[in-house]
Ligand binder design. Structure first.
Ligand SMILES: *[C@@H]1O[C@H](CO)[C@@H](O)[C@H](O)[C@H]1NC(C)=O
Ligand SMILES: *[C@@H]1O[C@H](CO)[C@@H](O)[C@H](O)[C@H]1NC(C)=O
Length: 420
């Protein structure tokens, strides 16, 4: 009895911070409300994993006094709402602000989702009013985009870019005085991007369109990359040199690869950073999917996320020089490109993904697995059988005759009769 009550308490507390939304939501919500919404399906196991995180997010945003309200909606029941938000997979995480929908693009951790909620709920470009705030921002973020100067056309362009890219990164505006003395600006207004302990100044002539430049440069040059981030890096158009490492098991071999990549990333930045990002991964499941097999860990590889292609070093890499040769080989085409998104690769990937989805079902419940595969197969066979059986005059035909035109079939029968 008592344990029953104790179990009920967190559920009740949790549900107070997360509102269940149905098809009436769009009519009842006010335009000034800001919502963080998860769409789920009852059968989706990732949604169940997300549930406790979602309740924590709801309770923390409430206790922080955030204007963001947290909701969730069963997309299989509230189909109208799911359609309105164009939900295609689960769990789908979105924000609604001023009638604009923002899709959440990152990993399903509490920190990352709360950061997203904070970014999207505020103004697209925030002002940094003191040196102290600048220092705080730069010590907490890998990448900062900062506008410096008075109101201008460039600021309008930056605000337009920020309205779309706020789902990925923060945008700030500041006056010249609050930036460190070392920063030299040839002219104002200017857009600066701070990362890896240095900064880049946007130059329309050299860098092209401002939004594309931010998309290309919004990742750190060298960092720990997860599957979601790697996927998102496709938009940058750059190749990624990866050290694949064993998870939480940084033995000497792992560290050697990581340091080698870091060394090349920092010491040869000027040569390679226009074409490459650099990083390390401690979970190779995304790479396993990309190469459709089990990736060698620890190892080095280059991935081309624009076409799902990848490059492996022709020989084991021991030295910095060998790594630089490998990068040059990828750029000049002398290292063979593997994978890709050609037709056969896409068919292979589809088969691979089907197998990977079905394998756990077979492992955990072989009978259910056989039923799931066997039942549609049996229905299909019966259906085909009935189709063939009901074709007029086909019952006594040879196996290959249905491929021939009716006149040919008749001729064939005649010749068969003759030969009798
Ligand atoms: C703002 O964007 C427009 C359209 O992309 C472009 O033509 C213009 O040069 C940009 N202005 C500045 C100052 O970057
Ligand atoms: C990466 O993929 C893009 C898109 O298919 C292609 O244009 C580019 O040449 C590829 N890069 C390399 C180094 O193969």
């Amino acid at each position: 009895m008592e344990t029953g009550l104790l179990l009920l308490v967190p559920v009740l507390l949790g549900s107070a911070f997360v509102e269940e939304l149905d098809d009436t939501f769009m009519e009842t919500t006010e335009p000034e409300e800001i919502w963080l919404i998860q769409f789920y399906a009852p059968w989706c196991s990732f949604c169940k994993q997300l549930d406790p995180v979602w309740h924590q997010i709801g309770s923390e945003l409430r206790s922080l006094g955030s204007p963001v309200r947290v909701g969730k909606s069963d997309a299989t029941v509230s189909t109208g709402l799911a359609k309105e938000f164009k939900i295609r997979n689960y769990p789908a995480i979105l924000m609604l602000k001023n009638n604009v929908k923002f899709n959440y693009p990152g990993s399903r951790t509490k920190e990352s989702i709360m950061d997203f909620a904070d970014r999207v709920s505020g103004p697209p470009v925030r002002s940094l009013s003191s040196t102290h705030l600048f220092q705080h921002a730069i010590s907490h973020r890998d990448v900062l985009v900062i506008y410096v100067g008075a109101t201008s056309e460039l600021k309008g362009n930056l605000t337009a870019a920020a309205e779309e890219l706020i789902v990925h990164t923060y945008f700030f505006s500041a006056s010249r005085e609050i930036l460190p003395q070392e920063v030299t600006l040839p002219s104002l207004p200017a857009v600066l991007l701070f990362k890896d302990g240095t900064y880049f100044i946007y130059d329309e002539e050299q860098d092209g369109d401002l939004k594309s430049w931010i998309k290309r440069e919004r990742f750190p040059n060298f960092f720990l990359i997860d599957g979601y981030t790697l996927y998102a890096m496709g938009e940058s158009g750059k190749l990624v040199l990866l050290a694949l490492l064993e998870e939480r098991h940084l033995c000497e071999e792992n560290l050697r690869y990581k340091h080698l990549v870091e060394k090349v990333a920092t010491e040869h930045k000027d040569t390679y950073s226009r074409k490459f990002y650099f990083g390390f991964m401690e979970d190779s499941s995304y790479i396993d999917g990309l190469i459709m097999g089990e990736a060698l860990v620890p190892s080095l590889m280059v991935v081309n996320l624009s076409n799902d292609g990848y490059f492996l070093p022709p020989a084991p890499i021991e030295t910095e020089l060998q790594l630089l040769d490998f990068l040059d080989g990828v750029l000049d085409g002398s290292v063979e490109a593997l994978g890709g998104n050609g037709f056969t690769q896409r068919v292979r990937r589809f088969l691979y993904e089907t197998r990977m989805t079905l394998m756990p079902v077979f492992r955990d419940a072989p009978v259910l697995g056989c039923f799931l595969i066997g039942f549609p197969l049996a229905v299909g066979c019966v259906f085909c059988y009935l189709c063939i059986k009901n074709r007029p005059g086909s019952a006594d035909d040879d196996e290959d005759t249905p491929l021939l035109a009716p006149s040919m079939q008749r001729k064939k029968k005649l010749t068969e009769k003759k030969s009798d």
